[in-house]
Design a protein around this ligand. Structure first.
Ligand SMILES: O=c1[nH]c(=O)n([C@H]2C[C@H](O)[C@@H](COP(=O)(O)O)O2)cc1CO
Length: 134
């Protein structure tokens, strides 16, 4: 299985350690096409625009960490909905943030799941999501 992971870049890299952990866990389910998003070497100034290339490879499952607000992640999710991908969004309420109603409310869209979680639940929530898809 190919998994497309989304996480904030220009929106801020504060959660990169969480992205790393998510990508690591995702690699036990398949190939993560966008592993670079979780790289500590990628700063908020980094990465050129290659959105179209990324989308050409976007596969069935899209996993997004949405705690750190990011225009790019929101854009990717909108595109993924349009492309009828299965989407799993992860949000950490402990951040003190309130998730965009556009994302929270999108759970009404078929195949769009938003899951509140804490850092120590990464592996568990991913396992539950992938099991429910079997
Ligand atoms: O050039 C790019 N190409 C691209 O596909 N992205 C994607 C990867 C991330 O999941 C997301 C991050 O968006 P942003 O940089 O606006 O926080 O957008 C982000 C950039 C850089 O902003």
């Amino acid at each position: 299985m190919k998994v497309y992971f989304c996480g904030s870049i220009r929106g801020g890299r504060d959660d990169v350690h969480v992205y790393r952990r998510i990508v690591h866990a995702l690699q036990s389910y398949g190939t993560v096409l966008t592993e670079h998003v979780s790289s500590a070497e990628l700063s908020d100034r980094g990465q050129r625009s290659h959105t179209e290339n990324s989308y050409a490879h976007m596969n069935k499952v899209v996993v997004a960490e949405v705690t750190q607000p990011s225009l790019g992640v929101g854009y990717e999710l909108g595109r993924a909905v349009d492309m009828k991908k299965k989407i799993f969004c992860l949000f950490r309420p402990s951040s003190g943030r309130i998730l965009s109603a556009m994302i929270r409310g999108a759970t009404d869209v078929e195949n769009f799941v938003v899951r509140d979680y804490s850092k120590d639940e990464v592996e568990k929530v991913l396992e539950q999501f992938f099991k429910s898809r079997d």
